[in-house]
Design a protein around this ligand. Structure first.
Ligand SMILES: C[S@@+](CC[C@H](N)C(=O)[O-])C[C@H]1O[C@@H](n2cnc3c(N)ncnc32)[C@H](O)[C@@H]1O
Length: 332
């Protein structure tokens, strides 16, 4: 039984450069974990008592993957054997530190999609003779991809990298958007997120004083009042977020998103105002842009603001495509 497996160590896979923030976040959460060993994108922790697979049920935003460590091996085969000896039926994922990134290795034939509750083994290649083996249990809001890295390539027609951030977040959190969704996105120019949402079938009210790219203007409507209901549309509310009114939003907005280069405080203040203007908003997805990743110490305040707005499920997550950023997800 996975519950009975104990280990002295847990390891976390993160974006290289986020290790310090990861340790600070674990400390701020009062987990009692102590740093044991660290490489770029790989941090192991120890605690007073051995860890079990349930110890992994903590939402650490700086960790893309948390595993119960089964130890280090000199070869990939030996690391796989460690997993097989502990969990014969586990799906095995591979990760490696490569090109200064902690990458998930995608199966060319398409990996099996894990089900909730299923045990996944991860082999992490840190060097020619350093292979770590770990296991975790798949659960909601955990990426189904190796090392929490969907490995998506930028769409050729996207006007910005923001397309990647929306696509990675949607895959990580398993978010679905339908024809019924209307997303209000603050900081929408030039339109990578808008393009991704339109392609996923959602309509978008984009707020930004800056110019949009032609690829999204092709779906633009001139008036919010006369939005069509037979196709996803884009309405450009060309002004700063603070000047957006209830009239600009109309009825039926279901998601609040922000990609503004503004502080978390400004973005969360706008989020609260938008949720008041549009009570039909049931989901929030914000790209938080930080000047320093150590601002993750303010996580509890961000969560408290969203809880005050009525959101029940709240997650902070650094994605593989992020630099000094986090995805902040909140659902009612
Ligand atoms: C990183 S870009 C957004 C990229 C965009 N989401 C995309 O998908 O291509 C940040 C944008 O935030 C906008 N911005 C910054 N402050 C804003 C504010 N107070 N109100 C609206 N937009 C704002 C900027 O004009 C800029 O276009």
């Amino acid at each position: 039984m996975p519950q009975s497996i104990k280990s002295e160590f847990i390891f976390a896979l993160s974006n290289p450069g986020s290790e310090k923030a990861l340790k600070l976040e674990a400390e701020a959460m009062g987990l009692g974990w102590r740093l044991s060993y660290q490489r770029r994108g790989f941090v192991t922790f120890k605690a007073n008592a051995p860890f079990s697979i349930d110890s992994l049920d903590v939402a650490l935003g700086c960790a893309r993957r948390l595993c119960l460590s089964l130890g280090k091996s000199p070869t990939r085969e030996a690391a796989i054997e460690l997993i097989r000896a502990s969990q014969p039926a586990a799906i095995v994922h591979h990760a490696r530190f490569h090109e200064r990134k902690m990458q998930g290795c995608q199966e060319s034939s398409g990996a099996a999609v894990p089900k909730f509750g299923q045990i996944i083994g991860t082999v992490v290649e840190l060097g020619p003779d350093e292979f770590w083996a770990g296991i975790h249990r798949h659960a909601p809001f955990l990426s189904p991809y190796p090392a929490g890295d969907a490995g998506i390539a930028m769409a050729a027609d996207s006007p910005s990298r923001a397309w990647l951030k929306l696509e990675e977040a949607a895959r990580f959190f398993d978010l679905e958007f339908t024809r019924k969704d209307i997303v209000a996105e603050l900081g929408c120019a030039p339109g990578g997120v808008v393009l991704a949402l339109l392609n996923r079938g959602a309509s978008v009210i984009g707020v930004d004083p800056a110019k949009m790219a032609d690829v999204v203007l092709a779906s633009a409507i001139a008036e919010r009042e006369n939005a069509p209901n037979d196709r996803p549309w884009f309405f450009h509310c060309r002004k700063p977020a603070a000047l957006t009114s209830k009239r600009d939003l109309g009825q039926g907005v279901t998601w609040f998103m922000s990609d503004m280069n503004q502080s978390p405080e400004v973005v969360l203040k706008e989020c609260a105002r938008f949720c008041k203007m549009a009570p039909s908003i049931h989901g929030v997805l914000i790209t938080l842009k930080l000047t320093d990743l150590l601002q993750v110490a303010d996580k509890a305040q961000w969560f408290a603001s969203l809880a005050e707005m009525g959101f029940k499920t709240i997650r902070l997550q650094q994605l593989s495509v992020h630099h000094k950023e986090f995805a902040l997800l909140a659902l009612k």
